[in-house]
Design a protein around this ligand. Structure first.
Ligand code: SF4
Length: 282
């Protein structure tokens, strides 16, 4: 049978369609698991058994539900980050120069390359992860391994490309054996992240995983308490969602993340604008 598409394109299409199916979009191709959804397609009997009418229930007046706040406060105390002044005229280049060949914390000892961040310096959307892994440490770029590939799929599903957004991490050097960054490492490195966020001034920050969310929100609460809700970070909208590495271990959570990203798309005006640009200008 003649090939309809080049092999590389076929592979990319397969990956993309699999990703869409995993996040619950199934309208434009065949369901891979039709037997698991048999109940949806079961035939409805033409004649139903006659049922006795149920006795009328007393009418209960619904209680008024208070409106949900648009921005959910996590900490009542003023944030340490809130207290840090913005540096007028700060740029990513200046921050990178200040960071230099950084040896401020012990993570510098095991790194191959410092991973500063990558993307559009004027992005309206910034993704913040935890720290570099092995592939990132080798290449000096954030999210280039398996989890990075998944993040790229998510960005493209939003109608964007990686070059439209900015991607960085809480710590810029790989923790040994990919362990969670320690408190002193986060405290030493995160002021540079804060400067990056101030310099880019995005409309929306998406924290990928609990380390990024807990760092920026200065909370010890588990991410499940506030995942998917709009939060405030120095006057900007912040959304915390699961890390792509978590999704690789728990693919069933992809749908939840997609719901979170759809909320981001609404704020950025991306819904229904497939292929639109979220950067103010590259
Ligand atoms: S993790 Fe951050 S503070 Fe620590 S050495 Fe690397 S760049 Fe410096």
């Amino acid at each position: 049978m003649p090939e309809r598409f080049p092999a590389a394109l076929q592979e990319k299409l397969t990956e993309r369609l699999t990703f869409y199916q995993d996040i619950g979009i199934q309208l434009f191709y065949r369901d891979r698991y039709p037997h698991q959804r048999a109940s949806v397609t079961e035939e409805i009997p033409l004649s139903k058994p006659v049922q006795k009418p149920l006795p009328a229930k007393p009418v209960v007046q619904p209680r008024p539900v208070p409106p949900k706040p648009d921005v959910f406060p996590v900490a009542s105390d003023p944030s340490l980050f809130e207290a840090m002044n913005r540096i007028p005229g700060d740029t990513l280049l200046k921050i990178q120069t200040d960071l230099g060949d950084c040896t401020r914390c012990k993570l510098h000892r095991g790194r191959t390359k410092l991973v500063f961040g990558d993307g559009n310096p004027k992005a309206e959307l910034v993704f913040v992860g935890e720290g570099p892994g092995r592939d990132e440490d080798e290449q000096g770029l954030p999210f280039v391994g398996r989890a990075g590939k998944l993040l790229t799929q998510m960005i493209e599903a939003m109608g964007l490309q990686r070059k439209d957004v900015y991607i960085c991490n809480v710590v810029k050097c790989r923790p040994p054996e990919n362990r969670t960054p320690e408190k002193d490492e986060v405290e030493t490195c995160s002021p540079f992240l804060l400067r990056q966020l101030d310099a880019i001034s995005p409309k929306v920050i998406v924290c990928l995983g609990s380390v990024a969310a807990q760092t920026l929100l200065e909370t010890n609460r588990g991410i499940s308490h506030f995942r998917g809700q709009w939060l405030d970070f120095r006057g900007r909208k912040l959304m915390a969602t699961y890390h792509p590495a978590y999704l690789l271990r728990n693919p069933s959570a992809k749908g939840e993340v997609w719901k979170d990203l759809q909320k981001v798309m609404v704020v950025l005006g991306l819904q229904g604008k497939k292929g639109s640009q979220a950067g103010k200008s590259s």
